[in-house]
Design a protein around this ligand. Structure first.
Ligand SMILES: Cc1ncc(COP(=O)(O)O)c(C=O)c1O
Length: 368
């Protein structure tokens, strides 16, 4: 396996945890979350697209891509979490009085919070770190949010958002948890359960059953936490292996897994803007540590190639969406693939599910 540029010194590009598939945890309140999402304007399940050419390339039975390029009117899956969390927050407050929803973002989450603030008649204040595409910043402002661009990285933006949310008429809506801040990110993770519930129904309809590998991009790891909760809370879905893909320059989940200890890494630049985070969510960490089968780091160039390949199959993936295919290619092909495939339990009959978490409209594919 080729080591992508930017990996923390001493961190290998691949991690596997035998035994993750036997780990179990409690389920999410899927039915309530789905009913809420179904009542939102414009809700429809996003497409699950089969890509036989990629299955042949990866040497597996079938490959499906969950295409999140158009989710509730936005070009990424993040609104599933933001909408449920904002709904939960507002339902616990007195009806009168306008609230400012505050968040830090590298693009998609902030736009989703801003959209939900508008939908529910509230204000939004969004903090954006350096390096986020100007089009993504403009899209957040176009939702009617106040946008503050800071010099510094994602963790610095979170710090600024925490400060701004300390007043009485403000609430932090952050998609990562830390000690004392667990309820809102917990709701955000619950919100993501709708995506996996849709996938279950769509795979069943497609007649796909049995051994599955799910590959998803990770930033702070909240989406991966939702995947672990979904697949490790029930035993009636066949055997599922779960793998994250991260940029080499921001592989914070991989680094913590390799060390066996939660921690922060310094980050560089990446075209996978939504994944440019140096610290996993502490709320997600126990789930990632115990329930993830594998983590892999990928290079920007490979994510860009993967996004273009998906576009060629009619799936308009942005770079974070491409990360899943780039991660699957890194793990399942090339030197040492036999060992990695064995660790994931992948064989010629396996179904691979790739989460393409954003469309190219969320984050145009750039090569550098
Ligand atoms: C498009 C996209 N994919 C994946 C992720 C990763 O999600 P998480 O930070 O929960 O790991 C993000 C996060 O913002 C994102 O915007």
């Amino acid at each position: 396996m080729i080591t992508p540029p930017g990996l923390a010194p001493g961190c290998p590009p691949w991690y596997a945890r035998p035994g993750a598939r036997a780990w179990t945890c409690a389920p999410a309140p899927v039915a309530r979350v789905r009913a809420f999402h179904a009542g939102l304007p414009g809700y429809a399940p996003t497409p699950l697209v089969e890509v036989p050419a990629v299955a042949a390339e990866l040497g597996v039975g079938r490959v499906f891509v969950k295409d999140e390029s158009a989710r509730l009117g936005l070009p990424a899956f993040k609104v599933l979490g933001a909408s449920w969390a904002v709904h939960q927050l507002l339902s616990r407050r007195p009806a009168d009085g306008e609230l400012t929803l505050v968040t830090a973002t590298d693009g998609n989450h902030g736009r989703a919070v801003a959209r939900m603030a508008r939908l529910f008649g509230q204000r939004a204040h969004v903090f954006v770190p350096g390096g986020v595409h100007p089009a993504a910043v403009a899209a957040i402002a176009a939702e009617g949010a106040q946008v503050t661009q800071i010099t510094g990285n994602y963790d610095d933006a979170v710090e600024a958002a925490v400060k701004a949310a300390s007043g009485p008429e403000a609430e932090l809506v952050q998609d990562a948890g830390w000690p004392g801040y667990e309820q809102v990110p917990g709701w955000i993770v619950e919100g993501y359960s709708t995506l996996f519930a849709e996938v279950d129904a769509q795979l069943a309809e497609a007649g796909a059953a049995g051994q599955t590998l799910v590959v998803m991009p990770a930033g702070v790891g909240s989406l991966a936490q939702a995947a672990v909760i979904h697949y490790r809370s029930r035993r009636d879905r066949g055997v599922t292996a779960l793998m994250t893909a991260e940029p080499g320059t921001a592989a914070c989940v991989l680094a913590s897994l390799v060390r066996g200890e939660f921690g922060t890494i310094s980050t560089g630049e990446t075209i996978m803007a939504g994944l440019n985070t140096g610290t996993p969510s502490l709320l997600a960490w126990p789930y990632l540590r115990d329930g993830l089968d594998a983590a892999v780091a990928v290079a920007d160039a490979d994510a860009a190639t993967a996004a273009r390949d998906l576009a060629g199959s009619g799936i308009p993936a942005g770079p974070c969406g491409g990360a899943s295919l780039a991660g699957a290619r890194a793990a399942l092909t090339g030197e040492g693939a036999e060992e990695r495939r064995a660790a994931l339990g992948v064989g010629p009959g396996t179904t691979v599910l790739l989460l393409s978490t954003e469309g190219s409209a969320a984050n145009p594919v750039r090569t550098s």
